[in-house]
Design a binder for this molecule. Structure first.
Ligand SMILES: C[S@@+](CC[C@H](N)C(=O)[O-])C[C@H]1O[C@@H](n2cnc3c(N)ncnc32)[C@H](O)[C@@H]1O
Length: 197
């Protein structure tokens, strides 16, 4: 049997409170500015970003390659971390759009708010939230994005259900994530720490 959802969330909060200081050396894949460039984020956007936005960036893919965020869009980033994808979405949605970020980890939420303020992004807001229970009404968002987060959820059906509920009919969910390609050894599958990596 796997760990309880609250155990997984505690392990995630512990790990990502540290990543909120810096992602450097904490993952087996490139993170930060180097990671963003390797994942094909727009170079000009990366160069122009406030450094704090990239310091804790630990995305595993680039959700913006899956379809455009159009000017005027209302966008939700599930597990926004320190805010680099929120910044990217806010720049694409423009002043007529609005972006919302949610994250489980207090330290990430504080970092994202601070980063977005320093970056001069006025059309974004961030909330500390468990994404399996989103504090938004039905049919609100043109797009939901997420990067490296769903694998960390111990209640994936609830999470997908919530994303489906808050998306407008015809809205798009664009996410990047990691998947298992083989069965984990038993000890690892039952470990909350392993879930949080
Ligand atoms: C790998 S990091 C990715 C952060 C950000 N998307 C990025 O690309 O830099 C995963 C993030 O998801 C958050 N997270 C994990 N499980 C969550 C959940 N159930 N609800 C909300 N946030 C969650 C973590 O706190 C962490 O900030």
């Amino acid at each position: 049997m796997g760990p309880q959802p609250e155990e997984v969330r505690d392990a995630v909060r512990k790990k990502y409170s540290e990543v909120a200081l810096s992602a450097s050396g904490k993952f087996s894949y490139p993170t930060g500015r180097e990671g963003a460039l390797a994942l094909g984020y727009d170079q000009a956007l990366v160069e122009a970003a406030f450094p704090g936005l990239l310091e804790s960036f630990c995305g595993v893919g680039n959700p913006f390659t899956l379809g455009p965020v159009l000017p005027g869009s209302i966008v939700l980033d599930v597990g926004c971390g320190a805010g680099f994808d929120l910044y990217t979405a806010a720049r694409l949605a423009g002043p007529g759009g609005r972006v919302y970020g949610v994250d489980l980890t207090d330290a990430m939420v504080s970092r994202a708010r601070e980063n977005l303020r320093h970056a001069g992004i006025a059309n974004a807001e961030v909330q500390q939230v468990i994404s399996e229970s989103l504090p938004f009404g039905d049919d609100l968002f043109d797009a939901v994005i997420s990067n490296g987060v769903i694998n960390l959820s111990a209640s994936k059906e609830a999470l997908f259900g919530e994303i489906n509920r808050v998306l407008k009919p015809g809205g798009r969910f664009a996410f990047a994530d990691v998947v298992l390609t083989q069965q984990l050894p038993e000890g690892l599958a039952g470990s909350a720490e392993a879930w949080s990596q």
